[in-house]
Design a protein around this ligand. Structure first.
Ligand SMILES: Cc1cc2nc3c(=O)[nH]c(=O)nc-3n(C[C@H](O)[C@H](O)[C@H](O)COP(=O)(O)OP(=O)(O)OC[C@H]3O[C@@H](n4cnc5c(N)ncnc54)[C@H](O)[C@@H]3O)c2cc1C
Length: 298
């Protein structure tokens, strides 16, 4: 049952939302989305509330925090082996504590541990990180490297979208105005694949990223046969690295390949100079980080 606590008619431009609904089920959530496509979806609020003073208030809020159907971590047979399914409203503390995620996607646990401090990890969610789609969202390069898939729902039905097709430009995504993120699926990794993650910030903790890189790499008979690189803070959105991945596939392990991959990265990213870093530092640091990933995979 949908629980609406407030709905009023404003006579002037509101400075706070005037409508509020807290759906109890996903079906209620989709119905609320159909009724109020212009209302904001609120989960942990650790992005939305920070940005609230900078934007006009939405007409109302659809609050999905605590919606049980959107929360939790499970295994799902998606036809390609057992995937890990993480509900959109699952907070980072649950991701960090999950033995299943630790076994299948240790780089997601590593990234989650670096999101804010404990208070933010207790309240911030994977769906919120995906929803904001910041170029510095820490989980997003990891979702690219793991080839994650998003489960989306709207009044028009359900669909799955490969995460690589989701970020379109700066904070613009493939999410339609009336859609919600229901879950993130992580396909079963190859047992021989190696996962890598590195966040570079001003300090070791509670830092906004200057550069992030995640990788899933696999070697057979001395050559790279699988290579996915997910990069953050080096373009207007989280990006894969097609040139660097091409330099890896079929190449032998060793320093020459690591150098070629580092050089190829320059064609994959468009870092900017801002208050946190310079474009040159970002590119050089990224090349250093990815070079190490390659050398550590044998
Ligand atoms: C002090 C502080 C430190 C932080 N540090 C980091 C950090 O180190 N790394 C990092 O990546 N982030 C950081 N963040 C940002 C934030 O904590 C994360 O992005 C978090 O994962 C957001 O989750 P949330 O549930 O709070 O999102 P919310 O604020 O509730 O929502 C964020 C956006 O996603 C949308 N949304 C949420 N759920 C859904 C859904 N199910 N379907 C559709 N849209 C949805 C909302 O409408 C909104 O646009 C920090 C924030 C703060 C305040």
């Amino acid at each position: 049952m949908t629980t609406t606590t407030t709905t009023t008619t404003a006579t002037t431009t509101p400075t706070t939302p005037t409508g509020y609904v807290r759906p109890a089920t996903v079906a209620d959530l989709i119905a609320a989305r159909a009724d109020h496509p212009d209302w904001a979806v609120l989960c942990g609020g650790t992005d939305l509330m920070v940005e609230a003073p900078l934007r006009p208030a939405p007409a109302g809020v659809i609050d999905v925090w605590g919606l049980a159907e959107l929360r939790g971590i499970s295994e799902l047979d998606d036809g390609g082996g057992a995937a890990v399914r993480i509900g959109a409203a699952t907070p980072w503390t649950e991701v960090i504590a999950s033995a299943l995620v630790a076994a299948r996607a240790p780089i997601l646990v590593a990234a989650a541990r670096e999101i804010g401090a404990l208070q933010i990890q207790a309240r911030g969610t994977i769906g919120g990180n995906v929803g904001t789609s910041s170029p510095v969202g820490d989980s997003l390069p990891v979702l690219l490297a793991l080839d994650a898939v998003l489960e989306l729902r709207s009044p028009r039905g359900a669909r799955t979208v490969p995460y690589r097709d989701y970020p379109i430009s700066y904070r613009k995504t493939a999410l339609a105005a009336d859609e919600v993120i229901v879950a993130v699926r992580l396909p079963a990794p190859h047992p021989e694949a190696r996962q890598h993650w590195r966040k570079v910030g001003t300090r070791r903790a509670q830092s906004i990223s200057k550069v992030m890189a995640a990788a899933v790499l696999r070697v057979e008979a001395g050559r790279f046969v699988e290579a996915r690189l997910g990069l953050g803070a080096v373009a207007d959105r989280p990006v894969r690295a097609p040139h660097a991945e091409a330099a890896l596939l079929g190449a032998p392990v060793g320093a020459a390949t690591a150098d070629a991959v580092a050089a190829a990265l320059a064609h994959d990213v468009a870092p900017i100079t801002d208050v946190r870093s310079t474009a040159a530092y970002r590119l050089q640091t990224l090349q250093h980080v990815v070079r190490r990933f390659v050398l550590e995979t044998a």
